[in-house]
Write a protein of this length. Structure first.
Length: 731
């Protein structure tokens, strides 16, 4: 250091050490001067004394100043260290600290934390305005706070001010302190800004608050749920104390306040007795709550709970489960109780009703089964819910058909009225009854498995006490036989009134003519002609009457067969000679195998069958045309055929020829010789022998009528002396 500098530093009030050195040098100079004066020119004692004292004082002063100077240096060093410490502290403080001043709020200082505010982009702070350096979200509230400080001159706070920062718009929270630095004139010269990011604190507090609110809400909801569930709920702790009950639990056990129930479970054994539905007593450690406390989970544990004090017993259903804490340790047990007394009572009532219904159904079934006529019970849609055996036999319905509604099932029967008009599904008696109508004796014709059946139907709706339609009941009396009889009666009436009248008219006419011829004295040959005509017509009439009588007898089962062994060859030869008119005999040929065995038949019936077939063959073929009678053995039966080469039979007629009063379309009008009973009687007689009859014919070429008759060997398999009934079997 140059002396001038040194002095200038001294003059400017430099270091105290410097001043002390200066004063010491000054004192030494003065002491030297005194010594020189003392040795060489001591003139005045006073001056010497003064100088000595002055010098000593000066040296003392110099020593004092030197000490002060040393102390000041030490203090200054301490201050410097403190300042460095403070600067380091401030720079590294986690709290942002900055100083701004001037109208544009320029930074004169900003520590690391302040400079690290997000979105400042590591910009230089010092000397730059806040609005430039800081993100807008922070700059705006900062500037308005600074202005507030300038306005009021007082410290200003912002607590947990929210700022949205970052590309994701994160919510951040900041505490800010704005401390004015006031100059001597009282104006704010600068503001110290202390800011800290309290986002984490605020967010975690908010989270905690939220959780607390949630927990509170959940708790409140849980409480509400517990209070509002209709099932009783009881919670017990692991020591077997009841710790919580809901209002339903109070009600079900007859308590008024929860406090009355918060006791050890064991205490309840004095008031309640629990039994299994079978009546067996349940020991306390198997009570539902105890089972749950033992860690069991169960549901629908049915228990009869008897209040020993009141004597009242209720039927309860228990569900139970243990409650585990997060670590899997059982802390509580919960049971819910459902009073099922009413349900069980209703169940037993239902059971009683079911038994009663079953009993009634059995009675109904027994009644229905005992009725000989078919009876049906329908549901409102027309499904068959009940039918008696007669109905089952008549319809042959399989189970799945019973389940069909009326509209689906009825058409399969092809129902029609007595005069043949088809009936729609909604016109049948069951449908009418299901609409509320009562039907009596409605005659209906249906195609059933047993053939065409005539039924007289009565139907009624079945209604509940309140008038609701429950279904319908229908009785279908089979009147087919009655109808056949009626038809038979009509046919006979028609035969008597019409067919028998034509030969009678002829007889009457010839008788009157005979009278007149006799009166006029006509020649005998002329009289003989009329007498012959009378004879022919009388015979025809006789045949007709015989057919009528035979048919009625056969149908009524009054004709008995008198079966015996018949050797066909001699029987047929004799028959042709006896029965066939001499004029016709040359037309008829017998064609029999040599080994033809005997048959087992009623000879009269057999003769009648052959007469009918042969007379038809002769009648319905040209006068000279040949007719053959053939026979052949076929297993246990013998086939007999009558073959002609006549007009043949229309295929439409062939199927109906064997019916009562049926006359072929080609012959009915042209040659009304018979009543149409011949083939009918023939069929009944053949069938009475256990045989069959059929025709093979080609119109214009001829016909072959074949019937079978049991051979003698098969006689044992045929009912001997069988009655002949034909009424139920129509051609
Ligand atoms: P009928 O006694 O009136 O002759 P049948 O029952 O014997 O009645 O015959 C019924 C009808 O069958 C006759 O009207 C006739 O049309 C027809 N028929 C019967 N046999 C023959 C046949 N051999 N050839 C052609 N038609 C026949």
């Amino acid at each position: 250091m140059k002396p001038r500098d040194f002095l200038s530093r001294l003059s400017k009030g430099g270091t105290p050490a410097g001043v002390a050195v200066l004063l010491s040098l000054l004192a030494l100079c003065m002491a030297a001067m005194i010594a020189v004066t003392t040795l060489h020119e001591v003139r005045e004692d006073l001056s010497l004394a003064f100088l000595v004292v002055f010098g000593a004082a000066l040296m003392g002063l110099a020593a004092l100043i030197g000490r002060i100077a040393l102390e000041k240096t030490a203090a200054l060093e301490k201050l410097r260290r403190q300042r460095t410490f403070l600067q380091t502290l401030v720079e590294n403080s986690p709290i942002g600290i900055a100083v701004v001043q001037g109208p544009k709020h320029q930074f004169t200082m900003a520590n690391l934390a302040f400079r690290s505010v997000p979105e400042t982009g590591g910009a230089a702070f010092i000397g730059r305005p806040a609005a430039e350096v800081l993100p807008k979200g922070i700059a705006d509230p900062l500037i308005s706070s600074l202005e507030e400080v300038y306005r009021t001159g007082r410290t200003f706070f912002i607590r947990e001010g929210e700022v949205t920062l970052g590309p994701r718009g994160d919510r951040t929270f900041w505490d800010g302190y704005f401390v004015p630095q006031v100059g001597p004139d009282g104006t704010v010269e600068a503001v110290i800004v202390i800011g800290s990011n309290v986002t984490e604190k605020v967010l975690s507090r908010q989270r905690a608050e939220k959780l607390a609110t949630l927990a509170e809400t959940n708790l409140a909801q849980l409480q509400t749920v517990l209070d509002s569930i209709t099932d009783a709920l009881i919670i017990a702790d692991s020591s077997g104390n009841i710790v919580r009950v809901n209002p339903a639990a109070l009600a079900i056990h007859g308590y008024r306040s929860p406090m009355e129930m918060l006791h050890p479970v064991a205490q309840y054994a004095q008031t309640f007795e629990l039994r299994r539905p079978g009546g067996e007593l349940i020991p306390l450690d198997e009570w539902p709550i105890m089972r749950a406390l033992k860690g069991e989970t169960f549901s629908d544990y049915e228990v009869l709970v008897r209040n020993i004090e009141t004597g009242q017993t209720r039927h309860m259903g228990y569900n139970g489960a243990p409650v585990l804490d997060g670590g899997g340790k059982q802390t509580l047990a919960v049971i819910t109780i459902h009073d099922i007394t009413v349900e069980r009572e209703a169940e037993s009532e239902r059971e009683k009703l079911r038994e009663e219904a079953q009993r009634r159904a059995a009675t109904l079934d027994a009644t229905l089964n005992s009725v000989a006529d078919p009876m049906f019970v329908y549901d409102p849609e027309g499904r068959i819910v009940r039918m008696n055996p007669a109905a089952r036999r008549a319809t042959g319905y399989r189970h799945e058909v019973e389940g069909l509604v009326l509209a689906e099932r009825a058409p399969s029967l092809n129902p029609r009225t007595a005069d043949g008009r088809p009936l729609a599904a909604d016109e049948v008696p069951a449908a009418r009854a299901l609409r509320g109508e009562t039907v009596l004796g409605f005659v209906m014709v249906c195609d059933q498995p047993t053939g065409t059946r005539w039924t007289s139907n009565s139907a009624s709706p079945i209604r509940a006490a309140d008038g609701r339609m429950l279904g319908a009941v229908v009785t279908a009396v089979d009147i087919t036989a009655f109808h056949d009889l009626q038809e038979q009666r009509d046919d006979i009436l028609r035969a008597v009134s019409h067919d028998l009248r034509s030969p009678l008219t002829a007889i009457l006419g010839h008788a009157q003519l005979l009278q007149k011829l006799a009166e006029r004295g006509a020649p005998a040959s002329r009289l003989a002609q009329s007498a012959a005509a009378i004879e022919v017509n009388s015979l025809r009439m006789n045949d007709m009457i015989q057919d009528l009588v035979d048919a009625v007898r056969l149908e009524a089962g009054q004709k008995r067969l008198n079966r015996q062994v018949v050797r066909l060859a001699p029987f047929l030869t004799d028959f042709l000679e006896r029965v066939i008119a001499e004029t016709d005999q040359p037309r008829v040929a017998l064609d029999l195998p040599a080994d033809l065995g005997p048959v087992f038949a009623d000879p009269n019936a057999l003769e009648r069958v052959l007469t009918n077939l042969l007379s038809n063959a002769l009648k319905y073929s040209p006068p000279q045309a040949r007719v053959a009678v053939r026979a052949a053995q076929s297993g246990n039966e013998v086939w007999v055929s009558v073959v002609d080469h006549g007009q043949g039979i229309d295929p439409d007629d062939a199927a109906r020829l064997f019916g009562r009063f049926y006359r072929g379309t080609s012959t009915a009008t042209s040659r009304p010789e018979g009543l149409g009973l011949g083939l009918y009687i023939t069929r009944l007689l053949v069938q009475a022998h256990g045989g069959r009859i059929w025709v093979d014919s080609v119109p214009g070429q001829g016909s072959v009528f074949t019937f079978t008759i049991p051979a003698q060997a098969a006689a044992g398999q045929v009912a001997v002396g069988g009655q002949v009934t034909g009424c139920a079997t129509r051609g």
